[in-house]
Design a binder for this molecule. Sequence first.
Ligand code: ADP
Ligand code: ZN
Ligand code: ZN
Length: 703
Amino acid sequence: MADEPTIARVALDVPLPEPFDYRLAEGWRPAPGDWVIVPWGTSRRVGLVVGLADSSDVPPERLRALEAPLAGMPRMPAHWLGFVEFGARYYHAGIGELALPSVPKLLRAVPTARSRGAPTGRARSRFDAIAAPPGGLTADPVPGHPPNDEQAAALAAIESVAGHAVHLLFGITGSGKTEVYFRWLEHRLASAPDAQALVLVPEIALTPRLADRIRERFPAHPLAILHSDMPDAERAAHWLAAAEGRARIVLGTRLAVLAPLPGLAAIVVDEEHDASFKQQEGARYSARDLAIALAARRGLPIVLGSATPSLETWHAVRRGRYRMATLKLRAGGAALPKVVRVPLRGAKLRQGLTETAIAEVEATVARGEQALLFLNRRGYAPVLTCGACGWLSKCDQCDAYRVMHRIGGPPRPDEAESAGPRSRYRLVCHHCGADQRVPRACPDCGNIDLAGLGRGTQRLEEGLQALFPNARIGRVDRDVARHRGAAEAVIDAAHAGEVDLLVGTQMLAKGHDFRRLTLVVVVDADGGLFAADFRAPERLFATLMQVAGRAGRHHAASRVLIQSRHPDHPVYAALAAHDFERFAADQLAEREAARLPPFVHQALLTAQAKTAEAAEGFLAQARDALVAGDTLPPIGREVLDALTVCDPVPMPLAQMRGEARAQMLVESASRNVLHAAIGPWLAGLRAQRTPVRWQLVIDPHEI
Ligand code: ADP
Ligand code: ZN
Ligand code: ZN
């Protein structure tokens, strides 16, 4: 640079692609990676310096000056800045929009006169106090199992490559993937005195148990935990420990991939197929994909673990881009459960259960073992209906039914009927949150005989109590989890053997290792077979494989019953055969024939407006601008020819919160083509003034 820099480019947590220019203040020159306080409108904000420049496009009279450095924050290292710049470019988002939300609020709060400089200092000492495991940092590690032959071979395969490589650890449920991660991390952490390991899990609920196992196994390595559901001060303490290299192991959900880890030496992404790795608001990044990019940029190995890998990952293995290590057997000798398909057609049901299922649940409880009843639908009944005229409890803001929820616990046997439904139930929309009393009578015909149609987890729980009055029943779903500690209490009770029957949604499917659980009943999963989304079968297979994997982890004989109206469907057939490879091969063949991901790359433009016409009109205009091509000089004809621009269509949930929603897909077999086309196109869209709210999603998960 010929001239001295006079301008700092500052990323702020706002949904705009470019950083903001500020004049350097007299006598103080920050460096890229420094945190600063800047004026913003009539207030001040904390931002991150991402670059210096000697000129700005902002007219000098409108340029404002940096106010002050933010005390106490470490400078973000260059490798991290490069990584978040890459991520922002890839997702066509701003650096601030992508990276700043992952930094704890407490650390990027504008200091007041009272707090100035204090939070970070307090946070540092706090972490040192909480990082030590109960026995202190010198406690003896609890040794793992000696690895079996498969685990040893997998570990050797992973360690046979020096430098960057992406490894898929493809291991059935209960095969001991965690043991392989731990041994690998042990070696990687020993490679340098300041080496750090990053372990990503899809859900907050999975962190406590894994954190316990890590602390037991690595008592000498301080552990930081990063997720969004932590008290502010604790979250700040953990983030600082990670960023300053004091934490040697960092365990977290998707936002943890954005933590600056100076000593990073290894990355594990557990349950890599899980859709929760995709951020659903703000910059829509995939933490798994960013983790792979991060490993590549820093020349590090990364291990992706799953029993049901995503088809993207599976495809990359087949093409030789990723390597694979396989665990085919359950560790410790347990057998895989036998999967039995139970036809629902023509079956007599009680409380939603076939006689087969009821008999097996009864026998399981009689043996003193546990059964898990899986129903991925929370609430009492998915819809309230009028028996006289067919009225249904549709949400007036959304294209969805309001779900009947029971308030409080199950009714006592003596009050079941007399309490009446009205006081005990509410109608709740799962999309907009609308929450109303159950109407006294049908709004259409006045009939007072309204009834819940179908079954959610609350109703299943009640039904089970009626069928098995002496059984101890525990339920786990998001309604239970709303009360801090309530879901954990049920899970702890199940581990302690104080629960006979577990009722739950997806929340129970992941990660748990219940020693006495020998029967899983999938009550009703058919809804997932015919969803419009092309990823629905993949998701259903993964969910059922995972829930089936809770059974018999410590027993010779265990069973999974799948109640279905379509017992011969290929998804269930593959599941019964425990054959992910066949399922994946079939799915990939279908995807290739239909030109769907991973054979094409997609970007999805979504629009929300008062009316469907406005939303779809905006997208149609956007499509025309892209297809015209000549209005966007940087796009050549050849780029356009390699691009498929679909027509705007209503989104699967076409109305939400009173707004119409539409979407338009842009695809290409070439990622480069897709990105080359999107950059200038988006710039054009951003320059438009429109009341329509829109968003671009790269590699969308749900379309
Ligand atoms: P995954 O993550 O693959 O589902 P886990 O790592 O949770 O499986 O292991 C399943 C169970 O097997 C755990 O109880 C674990 O302690 C046990 N286990 C793991 N490795 C071994 C081994 N080599 N020998 C005996 N038991 C093992
Ligand atoms: Zn009616
Ligand atoms: Zn609604």
